[in-house]
Design a protein around this ligand. Sequence first.
Ligand SMILES: [Zn+2]
Length: 286
Amino acid sequence: MATRIGLAAFVAFLCWHPGFAQPSTTQIGKGLYAYISDNDSSANSTFLIGERGILVVDTGLNSREGAKLLTAIRQISQLPVEYIVNTHYHPDHQGGNNVVGPNAIVISTDATRERTLALMKDPDIKALNLKPADLTFHEGITVHLDEYTVEIFFPGKAHTSGDALVYFPEQKAIAMGDLFLNRSCPAMDDGSVENWIHALDQVLSLPVEKAVPGHFELGTRSDLRRFRDYLNDLYKQVVALENKGETIEQVVRDIHLEKYSDFRQYPKYEATFSSNASTIYRQLTH
Ligand SMILES: [Zn+2]
């Protein structure tokens, strides 16, 4: 949520474009599964099953979505959910914490916990019964789940000012939160597009083959690279036009993104080529 958008629009954002497909669970490595939500207003999840317990990344919008995720987990394992990682503070990524892992240790960046505590004071959000992090970090933290390693790190401001990425080195996979939306313009909160591109380059420097996006279908390395190229192309065009002295209106008119014509755009939620260009322009000029 951009603070500029305001809470009402953000709550509307949570209801965007309801999908009608079924949720799907795909094994993407040893012990590791991607849960692709059937509801575009509720985030995807990733879960790792160890010998004694389970780690889950993101839990969906609310208790209903959390229960759907838990049902999918229980079709594979009855082990306790020991850890939940929330990639950022947006409720569609953490609203199911209480249902998915009532006794789990919740992990997030410091910034995500702070923003979550602030959200919990809002009457519109209170009903979600959020469960903020028990354990926070600034740069990174490693969880050793039985035989597996889970590297959780903050790549700097990107979609928000406190996003976490969750890397599974043994499985060559990563949970991206909203730093990656497959074939879609992203919504941009109080992050930094310049650093977002650096963060994606950092991920692409890892031997990652599967990337679980915050929303929409599971991504390959080349899907992730294409999303990175979209942000980079757009960023470079906006920088060049701004350097020529163009206004924000002229920049929006003069950008060329025909190469990405298959990307989803959601004008209502400021997730379009134009709104992404405007966000970059404002980040450059403020
Ligand atoms: Zn988000």
